[in-house]
Design a protein around this ligand. Structure first.
Ligand SMILES: NC(=O)c1ccc[n+]([C@@H]2O[C@H](COP(=O)([O-])OP(=O)(O)OC[C@H]3O[C@@H](n4cnc5c(N)ncnc54)[C@H](O)[C@@H]3O)[C@@H](O)[C@H]2O)c1
Length: 295
């Protein structure tokens, strides 16, 4: 039997967290959105407000409804505001030590019956579950970017997950009108297990001179019917996030196809994280993306 969910805590208001918070609020849940500091929190909330305004402009939502969605989201920088959440979803930086430190705080504060979920793209769910006092109430809820648009949520059961927590998570994702696909706690789950080596291979193809950044992207759009090329997609995911995911996959499987290509490593040293930092394989400082002149 699924547990009743009314209030949802979301940790992190970055690329994924702000979208996860918005989707939950749009589905009628009360949301507490926690960030590290006020400035980052306000940036995340501004993104939600922009998305809601766009939905009103497009006639997908009326103003009253958009106002109600916004009113259901409470921003905070304090863990204590998560205390009475029924479900807590973390979407903080992809780093196990940071996530464990965060769960230690959350576990102490949030009421005993609540279900905890991680949106990690690559870390083992059990490693986070085991660090809490409620490993049986821990699942993976893996949303895709942008969470407001993408239909899929991978619902991950780890070895300790109870049937009740798993059903609760599955029903929660369905209540948000998502396609909830159950999967096992294997690094990368289904989608990243297949997609990450594809993006890394595109970087290697560039390194080997198979094509320019734009040629590789255009070829995959026109030849494989993909909506965006693999290098644009890498910028969109965030090159820092892609780097962290491939490290975890490499660590888990020890296969070359999951290893960081040198170009990615150098881009990260330069602070080029893709769209979120304004530059990656493309330069996003102008109206339309332009190729990064370094390539
Ligand atoms: N980028 C993607 O396409 C994507 C897709 C699915 C899942 N994910 C996963 O989602 C998670 C977040 O990724 P992202 O791309 O949104 O990263 P991001 O860097 O855009 O956002 C992370 C945010 O978490 C905040 N943060 C860090 N520690 C915190 C804490 N203790 N409490 C509250 N906030 C904290 C940071 O300030 C930052 O704003 C990662 O685990 C990632 O693997 C990413």
């Amino acid at each position: 039997m699924a547990q009743q969910i009314e209030k949802v805590g979301v940790l992190g208001a970055g690329l994924m967290g702000h979208g996860i918070a918005q989707v939950a609020a749009q589905s009628g849940y009360q949301v507490v959105l926690r960030e590290l500091d006020e400035a980052t929190l306000q940036k995340g909330i501004a993104k939600i407000e922009k998305q809601l305004a766009r939905a009103v402009e497009k006639g997908k939502m009326d103003e009253t409804e958009a106002g109600e969605v916004r009113a259901r989201i409470q921003g905070t920088v304090h863990y204590r505001d998560l205390a009475d959440c029924d479900l807590v979803i973390e979407a903080i930086t992809e780093s196990l030590p940071l996530k464990l430190e965060m769960w230690r705080e959350v576990d102490e504060i949030v009421k005993p019956g609540a279900v905890f979920a991680t949106n990690t793209s690559s870390l083992a769910v059990i490693d986070q579950a085991a660090a809490t006092s409620r490993p049986q109430q821990f699942v993976g809820l893996h949303y895709f970017n942008p969470a407001q648009v993408m239909k899929l949520v991978e619902v991950v059961r780890c070895v300790t997950t109870s049937e009740e927590a798993f059903t609760t998570a599955l029903e929660f994702a369905r209540s948000e009108h998502k396609l909830a696909i159950p999967t096992k706690d294997k690094a990368g789950f289904i989608v990243n297990r297949l997609l990450v080596p594809y993006m890394l291979d595109a970087i290697r193809a560039y390194e080997e001179g198979v094509g320019s950044v734009e040629e590789i992207d255009e070829a995959m759009k026109a030849g494989a019917g993909h909506p965006m090329g693999p290098l644009t997609l890498a910028d969109f995911v965030g090159l820092d996030t892609l780097g962290s995911i491939c490290d975890v996959l490499f660590e888990e499987f020890r296969e070359r196809r999951f290893a960081r290509p040198p170009t990615l490593r150098k881009m990260l040293s330069a602070g080029w994280f893709g769209r979120k930092s304004g530059i990656g394989f493309y330069d996003y400082s102008g109206e339309a993306p332009k190729p990064n002149p370094a390539f």
